[in-house]
Design a protein around this ligand. Structure first.
Ligand SMILES: Cc1cc2nc3c(=O)[nH]c(=O)nc-3n(C[C@H](O)[C@H](O)[C@H](O)COP(=O)(O)OP(=O)(O)OC[C@H]3O[C@@H](n4cnc5c(N)ncnc54)[C@H](O)[C@@H]3O)c2cc1C
Length: 385
């Protein structure tokens, strides 16, 4: 149903603003928020510019349920990841979303990286990831016979999930709660009104406006543009999104898979990515990636020319990998708040009261661990509305 028709009906009935809550963006975060906030006593609309949900970053990622090791203590990334992980396993158990919990290992490829493993162990413990274990070379070999390293950090609570199954679960929950989805519907304007916001949208039949009390900007790679629609200067607010592309190669290996859990190197020192890792997905396919490359525009192509660099990286962890078994697969784009070379930036999740825009909830920089964090972000937002 077109929102315009729905709104005319509701307006005639009760003279209220058309919506209580509008969520822009049906990626995993927008969907998790919708599933949390949907209720028969509220009109919740989800607007998505694409033909369906989850067509962008939420379906172009590693599908790893992170435990919460890497992020500074008390950062939103650390808090949302550890809480989100707990909630995700609960959702998988109670709603039948397929996931696995094989744990993961971060491997020191030489003695000089053992100190980094110890630092990660301490960081993880500080973040409440209390089941971490440092492994010797021999213990690593016993766990993953094809992996070469001087030692490793084992994170038993890391898992793997199928992102579409999770998003579908959130979508169903939101619909059960009465939320209304409008696909092929793009938010093109956002203006403060007496009681909230007037939202301008464009769909296949043209443009129209309607009113809402609360507007949640969960637009991923476009979240800075959506914040700008409300009149926010995204440069002085430090909201500009920088695109950082990650490519994947598929390993088409004859025989049993070379690893049985995600295998990571110690993270890159520039903080752009976690380093090219070797990850089984829920169906047992093995992928290498992602790398981390700042780009100026959004395109998802993967060139075969990257094959050798991927092979060299992966071979440091699993020497038996054959370059002829690697094939370009897909790419994802991280919506980063930090420009190339800049230091750590946390998620931004804020009610823009201080900018005179109460009820505008902006989410920016929801890069990894955003998939893991989605249900915790939804819980957090229900608290700040
Ligand atoms: C390479 C890569 C690997 C990753 N690996 C992991 C991992 O293993 N584990 C993990 O936890 N996280 C991972 N992440 C992070 C995770 O994928 C993201 O944090 C998460 O998907 C973000 O979800 P989102 O809903 O915020 O954004 P998106 O999925 O980008 O959704 C935003 C939606 O908003 C819509 N939209 C935008 N503008 C408008 C508009 N004006 N009007 C209407 N709709 C609009 C878009 O069409 C889109 O559907 C990875 C990310 C990348 C790039």
């Amino acid at each position: 149903m077109r929102l315009k028709n729905l709104n005319n009906e509701t307006k005639r009935c009760n003279n209220l603003p058309d919506a209580d809550i509008v969520i822009a963006g049906a990626g995993v975060v927008g969907l998790a928020i919708a599933s949390r906030l949907a209720s028969p006593s509220r009109r919740v609309f989800i607007l998505e510019k694409n033909f369906s949900f989850g067509q962008e970053t939420s379906s172009h990622n590693s599908g790893v349920i992170h435990s919460g090791i890497y992020y500074p203590e008390n950062s939103l990334k650390a808090r949302m990841c550890t809480r989100g992980r707990e909630l995700l396993y609960e959702i998988c158990r109670t709603r039948g979303v397929p996931c696995l919990k094989p744990g993961k290992i971060i491997v020191a490829t030489g003695e000089d990286e053992i100190g980094q493993l110890e630092a990660l162990f301490n960081q993880g413990m500080a973040n409440g990831v209390t089941d971490l274990k440092l492994l010797s070379r021999r213990q690593l070999r016993t766990l993953e016979p094809n992996v070469e390293g001087s030692g490793a950090l084992l994170s038993p609570s890391t898992g793997i999930i199928e992102p579409f199954a999770l998003m579908n679960c959130f979508l169903q929950q939101a619909r059960e709660g009465g939320a209304v989805f409008a696909f092929r519907t793009e938010v093109t304007g956002l203006e403060k009104s007496a009681d909230g916001f007037t939202v301008s949208v464009k769909d296949s039949q043209g443009s129209f406006t309607f009113d809402t009390h609360v507007f949640i900007n969960s637009c991923g790679l476009y979240s800075d543009r959506t914040a700008e629609l409300a009149g926010i200067d995204i440069d002085s607010a430090k909201y500009r999104i920088h695109y950082c592309k990650g490519h994947y190669f598929m390993l088409k290996h004859r025989g049993p898979p070379p690893v049985s859990r995600p295998v990571y190197p110690v993270p890159e020192t520039d903080g752009a990515g976690l380093g090219i890792h070797i990850t089984p997905d829920i169906e047992g396919n093995i992928r290498l990636g992602p790398d981390a490359l700042y780009v100026s525009s959004i395109s998802y192509g993967v060139a075969d020319s990257g094959r050798e660099a991927f092979w060299k990286s992966a071979r440091r962890l699993v020497p038996g990998i054959d370059i002829n078994e690697l094939f370009p697969d897909f790419a994802g784009i991280r919506p980063k708040l930090q420009a190339e070379g800049e230091g750590f930036r946390d998620f931004v999740i804020t009610n823009e009261r201080e900018r005179g825009l109460p009820g505008l909830i902006n989410l920016l920089g929801i890069e990894s661990p955003g998939l893991t964090s989605a249900p915790a972000i939804a819980e957090y937002i229900s608290g700040i509305i």
